[in-house]
Design a protein around this ligand. Sequence first.
Ligand SMILES: NC(=O)c1ccc[n+]([C@@H]2O[C@H](COP(=O)([O-])OP(=O)(O)OC[C@H]3O[C@@H](n4cnc5c(N)ncnc54)[C@H](O)[C@@H]3O)[C@@H](O)[C@H]2O)c1
Length: 279
Amino acid sequence: MSTSPTGSNRGNGRLQGKVAIVTGAASGIGAASARHLAREGARVVCTDTDEASGQAVAAQVVQAGGDAFFIAHDVVEENQWERVIQATLARYGGLHVLVNNAGIGPAGGAGPIETKSLANWRRTLSVDLDSVFLGCKHGIAAIRDTTRESGSGSIINVSSIAGLIGLPNAADYSAAKGGVRLLTKAAALECAAAGYRIRVNSVHPGYIDTPMVRGGLERRAAISGVDPAQAETALIALHPIGRLGVADEIAQTILFLASDESSFTTGAEMVVDGGYCAR
Ligand SMILES: NC(=O)c1ccc[n+]([C@@H]2O[C@H](COP(=O)([O-])OP(=O)(O)OC[C@H]3O[C@@H](n4cnc5c(N)ncnc54)[C@H](O)[C@@H]3O)[C@@H](O)[C@H]2O)c1
């Protein structure tokens, strides 16, 4: 954790005065993002379907001196988006930053297209892509109104390396994350053309050591009989940097995109993958 010039762990106020919503904040990249944004002065609305863990993350933020609260939120439900935005405006009086992070791996588990059920395909597309559409739809309106006179806003959509290259046995996940990449660019262009003070960017992590990846490794090991440690070694070998990423490394990029330090960055895809896509 970085420290301020005074030596405290309260950061450097890079998001002072901003209000942020982070979806999927109960775990992994979302939890790390909520902590980083709050440390830099943002007031943070943590949302997730996992109420117990989401409450715990918000409580940790408050304990560390930040300002946050949790709202139960299923990102595929439009009426719940409306409720989350209303609660944010009621509590904090505006919205500047939206991190569309909640997501799942391939519904029903990884596997070839021939064996994927339509229901599982639709579930992945719904949680990983429809959610980002709904977030942009309701987030843009709220951020536009907040920043009409002054200030600026930022929407950060968490895609994946699977949104840049095809991932075998995860066609649904790749399709959803590829959709997030271009939805992001379309939204960025719309906001710029309308004169809104809102930038929209996507983030493309490589494999990050979170419960999503740990669960996938364990499932793969159970199905194929491969030792989980061997499966992890094979995954690490895909990253030239020689290890998996950690959630804080993605949160740092999200923090940069949320702050005014990235004021000329919109419609961009930030690849944070230990070199996965470089070869
Ligand atoms: N971990 C990786 O290697 C990796 C790589 C690339 C992209 N990503 C993306 O990063 C994001 C976060 O992943 P993570 O690794 O932190 O996973 P995670 O499983 O640790 O956290 C995901 C969170 O999203 C929540 N969530 C799931 N479905 C939801 C729904 N319908 N409504 C609201 N919340 C819901 C979960 O409860 C969980 O708290 C996802 O979009 C994922 O696709 C992760």
